[in-house]
Design a protein around this ligand. Structure first.
Ligand code: HEM
Length: 136
């Protein structure tokens, strides 16, 4: 369950910007988590740079799970299970892209980071994994 916008109930200021009451603000998580002033090698795929930031306020530069009183209570669970799920998918299967060519990373226009062109891939269990997977 995710709330993506924050409605300010009072007339307020954010930096130099005047925000009228009842304005809903959206924080651009995509941009903040790729900002090279905040993160080293921000444009490189290196998920480990976010390790240890859960619950760390450090200027609120990491807010995948929101911040403050209404931050995600499942954050610790989410961090652990996503690693397990992705790890299992990579370790147990060999992945093959169905149509040939490079992956089209063009984003769709949406609040969340959806791809414009879906990635279709075929998982084939690694031979060592077949006996284990067949018992599940
Ligand atoms: C990688 C997985 C997850 C992501 C990225 C995520 C992200 C978020 C975000 C961004 C919010 C809004 C925080 C805010 O408003 O400041 C949220 C709220 C919430 N999440 Fe998650 N979440 C994840 C997994 C989970 C899991 C596993 C659970 C429960 C087992 C969970 C339960 C909730 C609940 C109950 C709220 C509402 C909290 C409130 O409004 O007080 N989330 N989550």
């Amino acid at each position: 369950m995710r709330r993506l916008g924050y409605t300010l109930q009072v007339h307020s200021y954010l930096g130099n910007y005047e925000i009228p009451e009842n304005t809903t603000l959206f924080a651009n998580a995509w941009a903040v988590h790729r900002d090279s002033e905040l993160w080293e090698d921000a444009e490189v795929f290196k998920p480990e740079i976010f390790e240890g930031f859960l619950g760390d306020r450090d200027g609120y530069r990491f807010f995948l799970f929101g911040v403050g009183r209404r931050a995600c209570p499942g954050a610790g669970f989410g961090m652990r299970t996503v690693v397990l799920a992705v790890g299992a998918l990579v370790q147990c299967f060999e992945w093959e892209k169905v149509d040939k060519g490079d992956i089209d990373m063009t984003p769709a226009f949406s609040v969340e980071m959806a791809k414009a062109e879906p990635l279709v891939a075929l998982p084939k269990p690694w031979p060592d994994m077949v006996p284990i997977l067949s018992q599940l």
